[in-house]
Unconditional design. Structure first.
Length: 243
């Protein structure tokens, strides 16, 4: 009599798919190092400016801070897991979409986030600010950087696709004709060849977006349920209290 080990087979399948997912994520990061570096710099440089030169950017950033505080006060932004997740994922999708549409607006929004965090940190007790930001920020900040990188990767796909549509690489066409020429290429074949040549870029952009969403789920839960209690306990050791 044959006995099937469903539990064992199930665990093997999970491990297999986890390994596949891990390899795909590593590949996406490896192939898009420069785009990831660009997104990181777009965030970090304004953050440093906001922290070290708060007086110079007060006129620009303070209205954003006031608007954010007002939204929390009137309930527009609620500090619940669902509300924070929806808000953050909306920002991530906007960054992703704008990154694909040229990147300038995505860069402005991402830079504004960095500037906001740096400026707020400069006007707050640094230890208290770190305690209130780091627990969820270690997931949320990489998430918005990764989402922007995904948008840039999607833009790269679109630009390369258009270029290869105009100048197709014959090696991506399944045509074995010694007398083959440009004249014989149909529009459908051009699309197929261009997509086949660049499909990895499209896949990698979606991987970045999905990874950003996963990180934002974690960040939203931590921010809504863990950050403040942790900060209160942690800061109490230094004689600092928060409301």
């Amino acid at each position: 009599m044959m006995v099937l080990n469903y539990r064992g087979d199930y665990m093997v399948d999970i491990k297999y798919y986890l390994n596949v997912a891990k390899d795909e994520v590593k590949s996406a990061f490896s192939h898009n190092k420069m785009l990831l570096l660009l997104s990181t710099l777009i965030f970090v440089i304004p953050l440093l400016i906001g922290y070290f030169y708060p007086e110079q950017v007060t006129g620009y950033v303070q209205p954003i801070v006031d608007s954010f505080e007002e939204n929390i006060a009137n309930g527009t932004v609620e500090l619940t897991t669902q509300s924070l997740f929806v808000n953050n994922v909306t920002v991530a999708f906007i960054l992703y979409a704008l990154g694909a549409l040229g990147g300038l607006l995505a860069a402005i929004i991402l830079g504004n986030n960095g500037l906001f965090i740096g400026y707020t940190g400069a006007n707050f007790n640094l230890l208290a600010y770190a305690a209130l930001v780091v627990p969820h920020g270690i997931f949320e900040i990489p998430a918005i950087i990764i989402a922007t990188t995904g948008g840039f990767a999607l833009l790269s796909f679109v630009l390369h696709f258009i270029w290869n549509l105009k100048s197709p690489d014959y090696s991506y066409l399944d045509i074995f004709d010694p007398y083959f020429s440009d004249v014989k290429i149909t529009l459908g074949q051009r699309f197929a060849a261009a997509f086949k040549q660049n499909q990895s870029k499209l896949k990698e952009s979606f991987i970045f977006l999905c990874l950003a969403v996963v990180l934002l789920i974690i960040a939203a839960f931590i921010e809504a349920n863990i950050t403040v209690p942790f900060a209160k306990v942690f800061l109490s050791f230094f004689g600092i209290s928060i409301v």
